[in-house]
Ligand binder design. Structure first.
Ligand code: OSB
Ligand code: MG
Length: 375
């Protein structure tokens, strides 16, 4: 397929409920929506870089620059018929995983549409796994830092009533042991985990060990993104399993982390690792090693959410993902149909061609701040 046109749209989506983490919160979720045209087909991708370099060094501005000046031009007018072709075209560029991943998502969508296959089937090629992919995946919900313990208990109650069966709470120094203790007292049985987004230092090890009392599924990314070494030390000090998010940007990061015992679990985010291809490679490594993985979220619109669901259908994703229903994030979303929670706490994996969602162009226009067309 010859790539004929690429459109980048910088959008701002009002969040139903902003997510406060240890590095802040954004009431308007920015994203770059990529549209690529080839052979009369349209592929969609979503770049989840934030408005500021908090979770990642990438921002909407850096992604706009890199997509418009380098990654887009590298495939424009070229024959791209497989993900391999895309990887080869981008091979000479380093980093910028969120921008890279968004373009790759659009290429997977195009290929799925050209072949009439859902993304989940493209990812689970015949013979690749000895277990079948799932058609619905277990999901959980991520709850931000609230103003009070009471507000936290209320929102947990609301999420449990909605049918979520795994709760993740964002923590930071000053918002951890007492809050979690109150939550555990009220809900002794729920599947509970915490995410620190790198808010602690190695000296906090004894403090973090107090969390061992609360039967948490895991603590996600307690220490700095570039500090596998102290994660491996901390792991010796805690009973609570350690999950890495920010620290794992490549397959070799995952290999090193497992080799030195820096984590028990990995949160795989397609955007953070540079694409679905790379996400699947890390999944395959962990599957082979018996390391549990789950699909992380970046408050995606329906476009990125569809990709997350397809990824989560692979057999190694044995823990619930941060893939909540559409109404937890956007009302309305820019893609249809909305994703809804099934009665068993799962979401159904799309099975239309490619991502399996329809972008509503009118709604997309409503939230677009600027756009550029590469031809
Ligand atoms: O650390 O997992 C994180 C959102 C933005 C940046 C970082 C993170 C998150 C989430 C969102 O936790 C989870 C979701 O999309 O529901
Ligand atoms: Mg995280």
């Amino acid at each position: 397929m010859k790539i004929e046109r690429i459109v980048l749209r910088h959008i701002a989506m009002p969040l139903v409920e902003p997510l406060r983490t240890s590095f802040g919160s954004e009431p308007l979720r920015p994203a770059i929506i990529i549209e690529i045209r080839a052979d009369g087909l349209t592929g969609w991708g979503e770049c989840v870089a934030g408005g500021y370099p908090g979770y990642s060094y990438e921002t909407i501005g850096t992604a706009w620059h890199v997509l418009g000046e380098f990654f887009g031009p590298a495939i424009l007018g070229r024959e791209i018929s497989s993900v391999d072709d895309l990887l080869a075209a981008l091979n000479r560029y380093r980093g910028h995983n969120m921008a890279r991943s968004a373009l790759q998502m659009a290429v997977w969508d195009l290929i799925g549409k050209a072949e009439g296959k859902p993304l989940s089937a493209l990812l689970a090629t015949p013979g690749r796994y000895d277990r079948p992919k799932r058609d619905r995946v277990e999901v959980g919900v991520s709850i931000g830092i609230q103003d009070s313990v009471g507000a936290t208990l209320d929102i947990i109650e609301k999420r449990l009533t909605e049918g979520y069966r795994r709760i993740k709470l964002k923590i930071e120094p000053g918002w951890d042991v007492d809050m979690i203790s109150a939550v555990r007292e009220r809900y002794p049985e729920i599947r509970l985990m915490v995410d620190a987004n790198s808010a602690y230092r190695p000296e906090d090890a004894d403090h973090l060990a107090q969390l061992d009392a609360f039967d948490l599924m895991m603590i996600e990314q307690p220490l700095a993104h570039d500090d596998l070494y102290h994660h491996s030390r901390l792991r010796q000090h805690l009973k609570t399993p350690i999950c890495l998010d920010e620290s794992i940007e490549t397959l070799t990061d995952a290999q090193l982390a497992l080799h030195i015992g820096a984590c028990d679990i990995i949160n795989i985010k397609t955007a953070r690792v540079g694409g679905l291809w790379e996400a699947r490679e890390i999944h395959d490594l962990c599957l082979e090693r018996g390391v549990p993985v789950w699909v992380g979220g970046m408050l995606e619109t329906g476009i990125g959410r569809a990709a997350n669901l397809a990824l989560a259908s692979l057999p190694g994703f044995v823990l619930p993902g941060d893939i909540s229903a559409t109404d937890r994030y956007y009302s309305p979303d820019i893609a249809d149909p909305p994703f809804v929670l099934n009665a068993d706490g799962t979401i159904t994996v799309p099975n239309g061609p490619g991502l399996g969602v329809n972008v509503n162009r009118e709604r997309l226009d409503d939230v677009t701040l600027r756009s550029v067309t590469l031809v």
